[in-house]
Write a protein of this length. Structure first.
Length: 96
């Protein structure tokens, strides 16, 4: 939850790259629908019954995949996605 505002900013900063930010959660669907409205569709929310079923055991866990579907980044713990230079670092990862 703490990262969502920063992720929305990152999405806006990289709109020319067609960045899709997918948030996977086991929160109730109604909560995810409310978040979708709050963030105006800039973030995609997917509901799963259990995060463990998709291999997530620490929260938050962040992955970045490039356009070919290759995982180019993996990090456990919160990130400051709107920090200076982060958009440029993400762009480099997306180009891998």
């Amino acid at each position: 939850m703490k990262e969502l505002p920063d992720l929305a900013v990152l999405h806006d900063q990289l709109s020319d790259r067609h960045l899709t930010v997918v948030c996977i959660s086991d929160d109730p669907v109604e909560k995810l629908q409310a978040l979708d409205i709050l963030y105006g569709g800039r973030l995609v929310f997917l509901h799963v019954q259990s995060l463990h079923d998709v291999g997530i055991y620490t929260y938050p866990t962040n992955y970045i995949y490039n356009a070919t579907g290759q995982k180019v980044y993996s990090q456990v713990n919160a990130q400051k996605w709107d920090s200076p230079g982060m958009a440029e670092r993400i762009t480099v990862l997306l180009d891998k």
